[in-house]
Design a protein around this ligand. Structure first.
Ligand code: G1P
Length: 329
């Protein structure tokens, strides 16, 4: 496994000694409408919803940077200006914080723009994930590249992407991240037919199917939103016809590459959160808040009290106590 990156006090990883990579570019599709979070996402991109005190998409870019990728292309759509602004300098805000001598907040404001070279392109038409990746073709060129989906948040302490890049360096071809899920969840994901390799957490992917019924699922190994792709995927995507939901599916293009024997899977059993799902979004916020040095101790103490209140049938009292207590920020 790759090494851990020590977090700053602000929670942002320190990338000063990150590894040099042959894969340098990451593509982050971020053009979805976020309908599951309406009305919050009426005027705010879903990728900008805060997870504790950072937008979800910042964790994704931090993950790419921690794995040594220094060029990130966001594939966005209309109404996504807030994403561009977040990864840009904020001159007036920086000036105000400088005048106050507030270096901690100044760093928090500057960090997003320092993580990597950030670029933006618009998808134009919502034709599916495969089409969003194809939009990155000109920027990526003839190089292998990573794709990180914003709804999947990998815990900042995990090193999944580094592991996938290591596997790609040894096997060439493409690498997908796989997770074993309960049977009732298989229909929500791309699902892989797999064969073992000599390595415990690495499998050969022999087939892929997008959101199959349980009966049609080749396994319970499902694709989570991390991919390291060979540039050949672009030619395949050009030929890929609309599939499930009438959309051009990345899974269908990868199925073709898998049939050619060039796709591996890294089986991940670490912490992953689906911030595209409301209940999981809430779990993510609570979990990451508990883990923060600055917030955690007091928040955990409150949480214990709150849960004890719920268990003791005193939900109202716990709720009142919760409101009355001020957490230090
Ligand atoms: C997308 C992919 C699917 C993958 C999933 C991971 O689906 O199409 O293959 O398993 O992301 O989160 P979505 O969740 O965008 O419908």
């Amino acid at each position: 496994m790759g090494r851990m990156i020590a977090p700053h006090a602000s929670g942002a990883p320190d990338h000063t000694d990150r590894p040099a990579r042959t894969v340098r570019k990451a593509v982050v599709p971020a053009a979805g409408l976020g309908t599951r979070f309406l009305p919050a996402t009426k005027a705010t991109p879903k990728e900008m919803l805060p997870v504790v005190d950072k937008p979800a998409i910042q964790y994704v870019v931090e993950e790419a940077a921690a794995a040594g990728l220094d060029d990130v292309l966001m594939v966005t759509g209309r109404h996504k200006r807030a994403i561009e602004d977040h990864f840009d300098n904020a001159f007036e805000l920086e000036q105000a914080l400088t005048a106050k001598g507030d270096s901690v907040r100044l760093d928090a404001v500057r960090d997003p723009a320092r993580l990597a070279g950030i670029h933006h392109i618009r998808q134009g038409e919502p034709l599916g994930l495969g089409h969003a990746v194809l939009c990155a073709r000109r920027h990526v060129g003839d190089q292998p590249f990573a794709v990180l989906l914003g709804d999947d948040l990998i815990d900042p302490r995990e090193t999944l992407l580094s592991r996938m890049l290591d596997v790609r360096d040894r096997h060439a071809g493409s690498v997908v991240a796989l997770m074993e899920v309960p049977p009732g969840q298989v229909h929500l994901y791309g699902c892989a037919a797999v064969e073992p390799t000599g390595e415990k957490d690495v499998v050969r992917v022999t087939g892929l199917v997008e959101k199959p019924s349980l009966q049609d699922a080749p396994s319970r190994y499902t694709v989570i939103g991390r991919y390291v792709l060979e540039p050949a995927v672009f030619d395949t995507l050009e030929r890929t016809r609309p599939g499930r939901g009438g959309e051009i599916q990345l899974t269908d293009a990868l199925q073709e590459l898998a049939a050619g024997g060039t796709v591996h899977g890294v089986v991940f059993d670490g912490l992953r959160y689906d911030t595209g799902d409301k209940a999981d979004y809430l779990r993510t916020v609570v979990r990451l808040a508990c883990d923060r040095d600055d917030l955690g101790p007091e928040f955990v103490a409150w949480l214990r009290e709150f849960v004890a209140g719920l268990e003791g049938g005193m939900a109202t009292k716990g709720g009142t106590a919760a409101k009355g207590r001020r957490l230090t920020a």
